[in-house]
Ligand binder design. Sequence first.
Ligand SMILES: C[S@@+](CC[C@H](N)C(=O)[O-])C[C@H]1O[C@@H](n2cnc3c(N)ncnc32)[C@H](O)[C@@H]1O
Length: 187
Amino acid sequence: MLQRILDYAHHLLSGSVEEGDWVVDGTAGNGYDTVFLSKLVGETGHVLSFDIQEQAIYNTDEKLAEHESTNVSLILDSHDRLDTYLPSEDTVLGGAIFNLGYLPGSDKQVITKSTSTIPAVQSILKHLKQRGILILVVYYGHEGGEEEKTELLKYVSKLDQKQYNVLRYGFINQKNNPPFIVAVEKK
Ligand SMILES: C[S@@+](CC[C@H](N)C(=O)[O-])C[C@H]1O[C@@H](n2cnc3c(N)ncnc32)[C@H](O)[C@@H]1O
């Protein structure tokens, strides 16, 4: 069976993230990916989870409490400031996920933008372990989404194939701009 977008994103992360890894959720939102990552890395690992909206941090905090997760730093800041929050310049990341777009059930004006998404992707790639994977779930049906999608695809399609494998996964017969995955694996 063809895996749905979010299932496939998690499947890819499960294959590369290991217990004890440091990982990043670039867009905490309602916390689903943060909880998923928290379980993957276990008690010896750590999740840095970013969002610029207090509501998202609150929602994610609630979800983490339900799951009794204690290995997550919730950070009310933009994901392109990742370097500031890593313990050292040499910190290695086991993986990362960014769910782009706006917070479901919230203000559609607050969206991810290429001007911060691309610098954040650059930071992640600098710290990603060999065979580590960065997942971008690209939603682009909303106002402003097309611009981010175009810039992001321009950027990732130029990544050096000697250093990275870049995959795009999505359903091409669905209406209303269905989301797709861009996965970047460090060789
Ligand atoms: C599609 S939602 C994320 C959904 C989330 N992964 C989940 O599991 O529910 C996108 C989120 O990105 C956040 N966001 C927008 N710009 C951001 C930025 N520069 N840094 C961090 N988060 C950002 C929004 O506030 C919103 O909560």
